[in-house]
Design a protein around this ligand. Structure first.
Ligand code: AMP
Length: 125
């Protein structure tokens, strides 16, 4: 799914603007972080650029500051969650094959227990 930077408003934009409730953990001028509403692990946080970039396919050089900030905020939130030593996984899904559901680029911070294998290998591969 190539979105060609169609900046469709999503539920995440409303969360960023605090028009919808969320369990928000962090916000600055570039990114916002809040708990996933349907957590897959004890720690499941979404870190999103404030700008509604639809997916990784739409990332431009002008977004490098926000993309970098997502990583430093992930590290800070992992420390606050106490999962730094145990380890964690950062995931960004992209498009249809990546099973991206919300077309506003976001990083999942997952941890608090073993996250399991990276991918379930398909039988045909
Ligand atoms: P993805 O499949 O990478 O697009 O992930 C979308 C994630 O957004 C899922 O893990 C959902 O549980 C999560 N999600 C959807 N709506 C909300 C919401 N209102 N607040 C927090 N997380 C949400």
């Amino acid at each position: 799914m190539r979105t060609n930077a169609v900046t469709t408003e999503t539920i995440f934009s409303k969360i960023i603007r605090k028009e919808l409730p969320s369990d928000m953990l962090y916000q600055d001028e570039l990114v916002t972080a809040f708990r996933d509403i349907n957590p897959a692990l004890p720690t499941h946080i979404l870190i999103v650029p404030n700008e509604p970039i639809p997916s990784c396919n739409d990332v431009q050089p002008a977004h490098e500051a926000a993309m970098g900030r997502m990583h430093t905020v992930a590290r800070k939130l992992a420390e606050e969650a106490g999962i730094t030593d145990g380890g964690y996984r950062l995931i960004i899904n992209c498009g249809e094959h990546g099973r991206q559901e919300v077309p506003h680029l976001h990083m999942h911070l997952l941890g608090g227990e073993d996250v399991g294998p990276m991918l379930i290998r398909k039988q045909s591969v």
